[in-house]
Design a protein around this ligand. Sequence first.
Ligand code: CAA
Length: 258
Amino acid sequence: MYNNLKYEVKEGIAYITLNRPKALNALNTETLNELHVAFHDCEKDDAVKVVIVTGEGKAFVAGADIAEMCKLNALEGRAYMYRGHALMNQIESLQKPVIAAVNGFALGGGCELSMACDIRIASEAAVFGQPEVNLGIIPGFGGTQRLPRLVGKGMAKYIIMTAKNIKGPQAKEIGLAEECVAPEELMPFAEKIAKKLMAKAPIAVAQAKVAINTGYDLDMKTASQFEIECMTQCFTSEDKKEGMTAFLEKRDADFMNK
Ligand code: CAA
């Protein structure tokens, strides 16, 4: 069904593995479309609780597809960027947690893909970067906006304007990755985090995600109000009843949809 990625669901985890070796998993239109379908499947499949995105081979994703973009005029380029943004927004607003297991090159659109995920686990072999200025362009799948939100405005300018590469350990230091582990530990560690997420109340995890993502771009007063509404959603859930009752009864909670 997919030409450029592998999709597998196992024990509550959907694994989306970019697999386009001839272009180091670069995001051409077909791959963007396949990712859209895969994430749509994750959203609607009740068997999927958490998503892990990773890459096959030495790259996570080496960027948007330069060979494809090279042929585009300005209007076509604009449509391409709309396509990329739509995918990143789809991932960011998925109602399930998404973990990026960054195994290798995460450059340009690859770094942007990792930043649209909720949690980034980097391999020590990972290389992040936004090298677009080398090509006469700028990050176009959200990098100019998501990178400063993660690492601060100064560091984002430094990385984007000098096209500096950031290795896994440094990515963790500056907040571009939440963890950095040895290459052989990458998938076991990502799975450990996925299992930790699956043990929590699903509605609470989803509401925390939407409260943080939406509130981050609002003024404090509106964001606080939004948080209250998200919390109210949690109060309507069976999981709230179960979580608090289990605490008071000194037992483990048994959440719905686990
Ligand atoms: N698009 C298309 N093809 C790509 C690609 C990309 N982003 N990245 C790598 N490839 C292709 C190469 O052209 C090469 O193809 P051939 O074998 O047919 O020549 C193949 O993948 C292997 O690549 P290399 O031989 O270059 O591998 P390497 O190990 O020597 O170097 C690399 C690895 C440092 C990642 C290098 O491939 C590279 O610099 N790639 C481009 C990175 C980049 O500039 N990304 C940003 C793209 S623009 C963007 O993403 C805009 C946006 O925000 C939306």
